[in-house]
Ligand binder design. Structure first.
Ligand code: RFL
Ligand code: PHB
Length: 389
């Protein structure tokens, strides 16, 4: 088989790239290790920057999103019983959009199928060969058959545990990592959200977040210990703990119900440099991870796709390699700022095991400064709605 761009990974990054390129007549094949249902079963991000929304429009997959998503002009930050709003639209002229990653992925799969896009599911033993030559190729097995795809470029969109990043030799690759000493326990429940905007809460008992998917689907998170077993957290224990971490006013209004999904995610900051090796390009979680506190995971994946898509277009349509040559530099410049923002939000809002009373006073000073200072709120707003591409 031959294609122009072999895409490893059928998550949001790989699907979006495939869809954008296909609409410009550039051929791709997506290789996905799991099934479509498995990918759609993963409950992850919920907040889209307008840059992401624009990319979905450019990909021709925004119809349902435009109808069903919710626009949020701001967010609530709480500490103890105090709370204040940071208004994004007032500070930046831009809101954010609430639309789950599951829905984004479903829309992209539907669009790929409607265009007869080639996606191979259940692939195993994916290997990228000769990425540093002019003739790269990918081998894999599916249903017991060995297959080979020759291509011009390989896009490594296979997430943090994928093979693409490992293909770059250690002599070339440098990784930067910070692992946080806690996780997030998330619950999805068919209940009305407690508030019409998100609430990020710092409390003595640890962080909590009230988010949502729609008018009758809430998503809540609480900071938990990494040694916790999700099975030990009954729904009742979760709701009780959440109520103790958010302002009383919100706790009193909270509607509880059975969880329809419950999981624990570890928190990590991670960047690999460079994001290009020869004809292999890393995108999204394959290249970088942020703690979810700033809602940047999916959104940084989208900015990578934006840079790579335009670079590939420039190459295939104009024969100019400037865009792909500068891909790593452009993507990383934006990513490090999103890493900083996510790290800052995480530090501002969580309880750390080794935190001293002094450290807690510093958090409180940071929070009250943010509450009282327009410029500080503007900085948060600019980062939250997404820095320019
Ligand atoms: P994905 O979504 O991980 O997709 C990668 C795809 O590649 C497949 N794959 C392979 N395919 C072929 N061959 C191989 N060798 C392969 N290895 C892996 C995988 O099956 C998968 O389908 O990466 P992508 O597309 O870059 O998208 C990135 C986003 O998914 C990610 O940034 C966010 O979901 C991060 N994230 C969150 N971000 C937020 O903004 N808000 C959140 O609340 C939030 N929650 C989360 C998250 C990530 C989590 N992970 C990775 C465990 C919660 C979790 C649990
Ligand atoms: C979510 O709704 O899942 C969500 C929202 C905001 C975050 C993280 C997760 O910062």
């Amino acid at each position: 088989m031959r294609t122009q761009v072999a895409i490893i990974g059928g998550g949001p990054s790989g699907l979006l790239l495939s869809q954008l390129l296909h609409r410009k007549g550039i051929d791709t094949i997506v290789l996905e290790r799991k099934t479509r249902d498995y990918v759609l079963g993963r409950i992850r991000a919920g907040i889209l920057e307008t840059g992401f929304v624009d990319l979905m429009r450019e990909a021709g997959v925004s119809e349902r999103m435009d109808k069903e998503s919710f626009v949020h002009d701001g967010t609530v930050i709480a500490f103890g019983n105090e709370q204040f709003q940071v208004n994004f639209t007032e500070h930046t002229g831009t809101p954010v959009v609430v639309y789950g990653q599951t829905e984004v992925t479903r829309d992209l799969y539907d669009a790929r199928e409607a265009m007869d896009g080639k996606i191979v599911f259940n692939v195993e033993n994916v290997e990228i060969h000769d990425a540093d030559s002019d003739a790269p190729y990918v081998t894999y097995s599916v249903d017991g058959r060995e297959e080979r795809i020759d291509c011009d470029f390989v896009a490594g969109c296979d997430g943090f545990h994928g093979v693409s990043r490992q293909t770059i030799p250690l002599s070339v690759r440098k990784e930067y990592e910070k692992v946080y000493p806690f996780g997030w326990l998330g619950v999805l429940s068919e209940t009305p959200p407690v508030h019409d905007e998100l609430i990020y809460a710092n409390s003595d008992r640890g962080f909590a977040l009230c988010s949502m998917r729609n008018a009758n689907l809430s998503r809540y998170y609480i900071q938990c210990s990494l040694s916790d077993d999700v099975e030990d957290w009954t729904d009742q224990m979760f709701w009780n703990e959440l109520k103790r971490r958010i302002p009383e006013e919100a706790a009193e209004k909270l509607v509880t119900g059975p969880s329809i999904e419950k999981s624990i995610a570890p928190l990590r900051s991670f960047v690999t440099e460079p994001m290009r090796w020869g004809r292999l390009f890393l995108c999204g979680d394959a290249a970088h991870i942020v703690p979810p506190t700033g809602a940047k995971g999916l959104n940084t994946a989208a900015s990578d796709i934006h840079y790579l898509y335009h670079g590939l277009l420039q190459y295939f349509e104009e024969g100019d390699s400037e865009g792909i040559d500068r891909y790593s530099e452009k993507a990383l410049a934006r990513i490090w700022k999103a890493e900083r923002f996510s790290w800052w939000m995480t530090n501002l809002l969580h309880r750390f095991p080794d935190q001293t009373e002094f450290d807690i006073k510093m958090q409180l000073a940071d929070l009250t400064f943010l509450r009282d200072n327009r410029e500080a709120q503007s900085v948060l707003a600019q980062n939250y709605v997404g820095l320019p591409y």
